[in-house]
Design a protein around this ligand. Structure first.
Ligand code: CA
Length: 217
């Protein structure tokens, strides 16, 4: 499980980040001031730190000096938006910079991008509110485990590896069932229906007329 330390003194923002990252399967720990963050870093290991700059006691810049030797990726989260501040953050070794107020989708995209850069996310695929752990083959939606059959799981992987691409029923059948397609559309349709229902993805896995299906995200 990817562990993320959120260092943010504004409770509503901290809660919002925690809620959204947790629902996508990340394990979040929140620190509300720099001292607490330093203590947590002393005792635990993290895969990523989301770091506010304006903090009580030790500010984000000071904390960054402390974090840098640990080689943990850092995304600064701050109200400071001037170029000078951004440059300072990046010079201190931050991997990215997020300016408040930010959209949750942007936060998630940046978190994923940084984790990918550090090769920490390859075992985990996140699509919207669904998280697939390819090692344990566990699928979670909004933090809740979803039971999929082997074929449903493979069908899901096929869709997420081909996001926004229309897949022919023939292609789906041959990839998932690993046998030649003999024109039996019912098998594919039935499994797509079940997958849609289990994931609540009726509006995401779209039927494409005369072709097959497309995962739209
Ligand atoms: Ca702050």
């Amino acid at each position: 499980m990817i562990k993320i330390l959120v260092v943010e003194d504004e409770l509503p923002i901290s809660d919002l980040i925690d809620m959204n990252l947790s629902s996508r399967g990340y394990q979040c720990t929140c620190a509300y001031d720099g001292m607490r963050a330093a203590d947590l870093l002393e005792e635990n290991t993290y895969d990523l730190i989301l770091l506010d700059i304006m903090l009580p006691q030790i500010d984000g810049y000071e904390l960054m000096e402390y974090i840098r030797p640990m080689n943990i990726p850092v995304i600064f989260i701050t109200a400071k938006s001037s170029v000078a501040d951004r440059v300072k953050g990046l010079q201190l070794g931050a991997d990215d910079y997020l300016v408040k107020p930010f959209a949750i989708v942007e936060l998630l995209a940046r978190v994923e991008a940084v984790l990918r850069r550090y090769n920490k996310s390859e075992k985990r695929i996140t699509v919207e509110d669904v998280v697939i752990d390819t090692e344990s083959r566990l699928v979670k939606k909004g933090g809740q485990q979803v039971e999929l059959t082997k074929k449903e799981y493979e069908l899901l992987l096929l869709f997420v590896h081909n996001k926004n691409i229309a897949l022919f029923r023939e292609t789906i059948f041959e990839k998932v069932w690993e046998s030649e397609y003999m024109g039996d559309t019912r098998t594919v349709d039935l499994h797509v229906q079940r997958l849609r229902r289990k994931l609540g993805w009726n509006d995401k896995i779209k039927a494409v007329y005369k072709v097959g299906y497309r995962l739209e995200v």
